[in-house]
Design a protein around this ligand. Structure first.
Ligand code: SF4
Length: 208
């Protein structure tokens, strides 16, 4: 069994850990927990890093940006299926609580339950905007994506990453970015237009 790595640091943000599956114009999600973005030290090296954790960490510890936290972890075995660098976190504990979050955006504080993300639905989010404006927001999400190219041969898959926003549609930081293209059989391609985002979030008003 691999030896776990010790880590500690300050939470930059907590975002949902959601995997996306695509098969041409169909898509579905796997809600596995949360991703902690940390600025601190791991295995004796000072740097920023990310950790995938289960939903019980949120339930027990209510982590939020600014908290000082610590634990142990393992490197992710298959980086195509996780956007976090590390997972299998054990011994998670809060060393010190950070200050209360300021005025949004970004929305900080402890993120909601995963069912809230499912109910809210998402819009595509420009990858650069996620990196520069949204990485500290509980409504941003960097997802690993598994693309099933051929339904008749589901073992034929490709992997990539996509970014999404679950936040209020009126957020001034929001930039959609280019539409997502999904490859299919025999060189076909599905262009996921704006209507998909509009449909997924039609039940929310602009400020919800
Ligand atoms: S665009 Fe979305 S993820 Fe980015 S700050 Fe606004 S609500 Fe948060």
């Amino acid at each position: 069994m691999s030896k776990k790595l010790k880590w500690n640091g300050t939470l930059i943000s907590v975002q949902p850990r959601i995997r996306l599956y695509r098969s041409y114009d169909e898509r579905w999600h796997d809600y596995s927990g949360y991703v902690l973005y940390v600025n601190g030290e791991i295995d004796g090296e000072a740097r920023s890093f990310s950790l995938g954790v289960g939903k019980s960490v949120r339930e027990k510890h209510q982590p939020k940006a600014g908290d000082r936290v610590a634990g142990q972890c393992l490197p992710v075995a298959d980086p195509r299926r996780e956007t976090a660098e590390y997972y299998k976190v054990s011994g998670f504990h809060v060393l010190e609580r950070g200050p209360e979050p300021g005025e949004p955006p970004p929305w900080q504080g402890c993120p909601p339950e995963l069912s809230v993300y499912r109910e809210r639905g998402h819009r595509r989010l420009d990858k650069k905007t996620w990196k520069t404006q949204c990485r500290e927001c509980i409504w941003g999400c960097l997802m690993p994506v598994e693309l099933i190219i051929d339904n008749w041969n589901p073992s034929k898959v490709r992997y990539r990453e996509e970014t999404f926003c679950y936040g209020p549609k009126s957020c001034p930081r929001y930039r959609a970015g280019p539409t997502r293209k999904v490859p299919g059989r025999n060189g076909q391609q599905f262009d996921e237009g704006d209507w998909v985002d509009e449909d997924a979030t039609a039940h929310r008003g602009p400020d919800e």
